[in-house]
Design a protein. Structure first.
Length: 255
């Protein structure tokens, strides 16, 4: 519901908020060691540390299993990270990045990469057509030495990052409803201000019908998303339910 209210104001801000909480913090909270949780999460919760989530690559967008970023073993207590991620929200200013990379056996692991590590850069991407207030960039890894203690030990494989995406989709569903509510508020306000035939157009039944249908659909979507939250709290929500709810919210937002 916080995501809904934030997106009523600005979709870009909700995007940054979701990446911090539903992706970066969620990954550390669910898959991180106790030391990692104690070190990163309190400062992230305060906003003193900003995180991003590195999964998408130039040649592996909707097919993350084809990622080419790789973490190879090195002497001592480090791995060597090479590769690149793109379209990463918060990347240009993030303090840490939760990066998903394959090991030498092809198994996907989450790794916490900190700003300032040699060979790690985050160039900003420009020229977006929307969500321009959301800072987007690349994550580039050129022989970055990362301590093995920064590897998330709780879960490996593609299911780990996809589980984080499910968490984010739930927030996105609420956010999309916030955008829809703002659309409704603006339409209602305009219907009261626009004068035709010496009366506001909101006094005509056809306009009233459209507005009534709009708020009805939004209310239905809110109830659907609220019910999904209850199922999620009870551990009964499926991945498919979360994904469909997100798509429903987006459809209502652009209705």
């Amino acid at each position: 519901m916080i995501a809904r209210e934030i997106e009523r104001v600005d979709s870009s801000y909700r995007s940054a908020f979701s990446v911090q909480s539903s992706l970066a913090m969620y990954a550390i909270s669910n898959f991180g060691s106790e030391d990692q949780k104690n070190h990163y999460l309190p400062e992230m919760a305060k906003g003193n540390l900003i995180g991003c989530f590195g999964l998408t690559e130039p040649d592996a967008g909707s097919d993350p299993s084809s990622m080419k970023t790789i973490a190879t073993k090195s002497d001592g207590d480090h791995v060597i990270l090479n590769g690149a991620k793109m379209w990463i929200s918060n990347a240009p200013f993030a303090d840490i990045a939760v990066v998903w990379a394959k090991n030498e056996e092809g198994r996907i692991h989450g790794i916490i990469v900190e700003r300032g590590m040699e060979g790690f850069s985050t160039p900003e991407m420009h020229g977006k057509l929307s969500l321009r207030a959301s800072s987007t960039g690349e994550l580039i890894f050129d022989n970055v030495r990362v301590p093995k203690s920064n590897i998330l030990p709780g879960k490996s494989g593609l299911g780990a990052p996809l589980g984080c995406l499910d968490s984010a989709r739930y927030g996105i569903a609420w956010g999309a409803l916030g955008a829809a509510m703002d659309c409704y508020d603006q339409a209602l306000r305009y219907s009261k201000e626009r004068i035709q035939f010496d009366v506001p157009i909101g006094s005509f039944q056809l306009i009233q019908k459209k507005l009534a249908e709009m708020i009805t659909e939004i209310t239905k979507a809110q109830l659907l998303t609220f019910r999904l939250g209850q199922l999620r709290n009870d551990g009964k929500a499926t991945t498919g339910q979360i994904s469909r709810c997100c798509q429903t919210g987006k459809r209502y937002a652009w209705w």
